[in-house]
Design a protein around this ligand. Structure first.
Ligand SMILES: [Zn+2]
Length: 154
């Protein structure tokens, strides 16, 4: 019930994450942020967004696009190290019809995958509020993102 009510509020979860402290946001950089999906498809489901509230890739500068992809890359590496998944689904849902829950603020989904998780995925899709998982996953991942350095190295 709390979820249904709060979802109707006209606030952007990403802009909120930048301006407030919460227990889902793992990384706040100059141009990007990384947060845990409050309603994950599976444990370790992350969202990577630009700091600016934009809905399309062509509204980002070349630099912001680079930072965004670098943040996706680093998040994948951190999940590999911390959670040892066998693979990943990384994607962008543009527009409601494509499944975007928050369509006004562009964000990448990073979904870690494990061999044999197909059944778990169906279960998680139905029961999507797993606070224990979120808390322990946050505690697990936070130190990695605390060390995150997005300085471009060639
Ligand atoms: Zn926003």
């Amino acid at each position: 019930m709390e979820y249904i009510l709060s979802e109707k509020e006209d606030e952007c979860i990403f802009c909120n994450a930048i301006s407030k402290n919460d227990d889902l946001t793992l990384f706040k950089g100059k141009d990007t942020l990384v947060m845990m999906n409050k309603f994950p498809y599976i444990n370790g489901h992350l969202l990577v967004a630009p700091v600016r509230h934009v809905s399309a890739l062509d509204q980002l500068s070349q630099y912001e696009k680079g930072e965004l992809l670098a943040s996706v890359d680093r998040s994948v590496r951190i999940l590999k190290e911390a959670m040892h998944p066998d693979g990943f689904n990384v994607g962008l849902n543009l527009g409601k019809v494509a499944g975007a829950g928050v369509e006004d603020h562009l964000h990448f989904h990073i979904v870690p995958r494990w061999f044999g998780d197909t059944n778990a995925l169906t279960v998680f899709a139905d029961v999507r509020v797993i606070p224990e998982h979120l808390e322990s996953t946050f505690e697990n991942l936070k130190p990695y993102f605390g060390k995150l350095d997005l300085t471009i190295k060639n």
